[in-house]
Design a protein around this ligand. Sequence first.
Ligand code: ZN
Length: 314
Amino acid sequence: MATVHAPAIPAVYGGVEAGGTKFVCCVGTGPDDIRAEARIPTTTPAETLDRAVAFFREHTDRTGQPLTAVGAACFGPVELDPAAPAYGHITTTPKPGWAGTDVVGALRAGLGVPVGFDTDVNGAALGEVRWGVGVGLDPFVYLTVGTGVGGGAVVNGAPVHGLVHPEMGHVRVPHDRVRDPFPGSCPFHGDCLEGLASGPAIARRWGAPAQTLPAGHPAWELEASYLAELMAQLVLTLSPRRIVLGGGVMTGPGLFPMIRARTRELLAGYVSAPAVEAGLQDVIVPPGLGERSGRLGALALAEAAVAAEGLQRP
Ligand code: ZN
């Protein structure tokens, strides 16, 4: 007697790129199949999460197709340990009203599907590994340089979690106060990398928004020198096959060539690999998914949540 299979329901995922100024929500299965998208301003936690849930419910009602799972790539810091009582919460963010917000709980309660959850930058890293310039390149690092500096990493196919999660934007870098008297703007550390190299740090140091500073302005060489310090530290600690640098500041003129050159100088011939000798053009690169790394990463987190819960259909 032939086995009768139930008709397979094709998977479709929801993704939430949860940022401090906006939530970008999407429905689809990948970069070539985004079926709906919405931008929701980040206001109060309740209002913002309610609007995200409403967007997904409306899509399901309109199409008749239930979501298979939802993923959230979230600003943080966040709790990623599934055994912790605060799993899925935003923890110590200075963003008013958001500390202690239960993001996973709200999505699970509102939508009743598995929820994948990670930091915004771990999500973006996973998105680039799934569909962008990180395919087949492991370990892989995604770094964003914008209102803050944040980094995520994928090692052995999964975003890195541990004691907490990587916070590589807050490493300390050499700060020559003669060359750069700016004291740094990180509320926790002062002159950590974020305090010296974020968009707001650039604006405060030079008295003008980063995007208004022309090519050849000393801001860019200084910026490249700070970011190269982290690039060299990452090469030395994680040995990533590729590092993506995204975020608004990275559109600054000439940054990539200056960062690659300075990183190579800092490695000082000690790390020997053809990619280093070739000038790191294939190692330090812009995002393959443009501005969509985060929201597509959220879809990849949803996909991974289904696999983790053993619900993957054949
Ligand atoms: Zn810091």
